[in-house]
Design a protein around this ligand. Structure first.
Ligand code: 8YV
Length: 327
């Protein structure tokens, strides 16, 4: 009997067609946002699910879906997966790393530049018809070239941002990470390892690129913001919840730091109302990986993981040990 899979959100038609060559596919091209119980209903008797990063795969879902064998995320982050529960249930998780590294690093650097040079704030001013004359101090921002770029979380995307800063803009790059990079990678990124304390204290522009977990929840809160320079900027392209958004809004209002650029939010797509009223901020709706070639590559990788595992018994980018029966 043909294996069945569920694609939980709208996705490129060519990727659905590719999956349909191997599976009985149920797709969701109307992009209905299913509740957890609707998702469980849709998943009944299916062996695989194509997720896009927002769908929670937890013990309750796994217990209700005993036929499930693989969850393939079209995202590099996988904090929507309870990997321990998946391993215990014999369900493989896969993510979509590498294919989005450079595109997401581009967005991180774009946000850094827009934040430092106050692009959103000055555009709003112009659109509001307030630009009537030049002034020497109008929208004075911070320099990017030659400044100190701090990176918290130095994985592949963090390294991409470091390279852009060091090689393209002559920035001094410092970073903090759970583990220090090897010397060759540090040299390639021209990056120096520092403590989190020193990173906060000395960065002119701080970019957050660390994965979300219980231990990174509110890694940047009121205390950390207070340690940053009043002239510093902060960019979060990682995950909502890494920054305490209420504390950030207050710091921006009080000018404890100069400005922020956010692509991710606590509880997104809701945005903390105070972030919408502070002027010194650039806001984008989680578009880090949103270029056409990259989103296509991410979708193909998730599809190839489903095909690889369910048809050929080998996933391309597994996150947890493959269940013994299939290994
Ligand atoms: C995804 C992302 O588009 O890959 C990730 O981890 O944050 C983005 O590239 C997003 O997760 C989709 O929900």
């Amino acid at each position: 009997m043909q294996q069945k899979i569920l694609i939980s959100r709208a996705i490129f038609p060519e990727v659905i067609a590719k999956l349909a060559q191997h599976f009985d596919v149920t797709s969701n091209q109307d992009d209905v946002l299913w509740t957890p119980s609707q998702l469980i209903e849709q998943l009944a008797c299916k062996q695989g699910i194509f997720t896009t990063g927002g769908e929670r795969i937890d013990a309750a879902l796994l217990a209700a879906c005993p036929d499930l064998r693989i969850c393939a995320n079209m995202a590099v982050g996988y904090n929507n997966f309870d990997l321990d529960a998946m391993t215990a249930a014999g369900v493989l998780g896969t993510n979509a790393p590498d294919v989005l590294t450079e595109t997401t690093a581009d967005l991180g650097f774009s946000l850094l530049m827009a934040t430092a040079r106050r692009l959103a704030e000055s555009e709003h001013y112009l659109r509001a018809g307030l630009w009537t004359r030049w002034r020497y101090d109008m929208f004075i921002g911070a320099d990017i070239h030659g400044a100190t770029l701090g990176i918290l979380g130095m994985g592949r995307i963090g390294q991409g941002i470091a390279r852009r800063g060091a090689h393209g803009f002559g920035m001094k790059v410092i970073y903090h990470n759970r583990t220090r990079l090897d010397a060759a990678t540090e040299a390639d990124c021209k990056a120096c390892y520092v403590s989190k304390e020193e990173l906060l204290r000395t960065a002119d522009h701080l970019v957050l690129v660390l994965p979300y977990s219980a231990s990174s929840h509110h890694a940047i809160g009121a205390a950390e913001l207070a340690r940053m320079k009043p002239s510093a900027t902060l960019v979060n392209i990682a995950r909502g919840g890494i920054v305490d958004d209420a504390a950030l809004a207050l710091a921006l209002r009080n000018r404890t730091i100069a400005a922020a650029g956010l692509d991710v939010f606590e509880g997104e797509p809701k945005v903390h109302p105070d972030l919408l009223t502070v002027p010194n901020i650039v806001l984008t709706p989680h578009i880090g990986s949103a270029s056409l070639p990259t989103r296509l590559a991410m979708a193909h990788l998730a599809a190839d993981n489903l095909i690889g595992y369910l048809v050929n018994k080998k996933a391309l980018t597994p996150l947890n040990p493959a269940p013994a029966a299939l290994a």
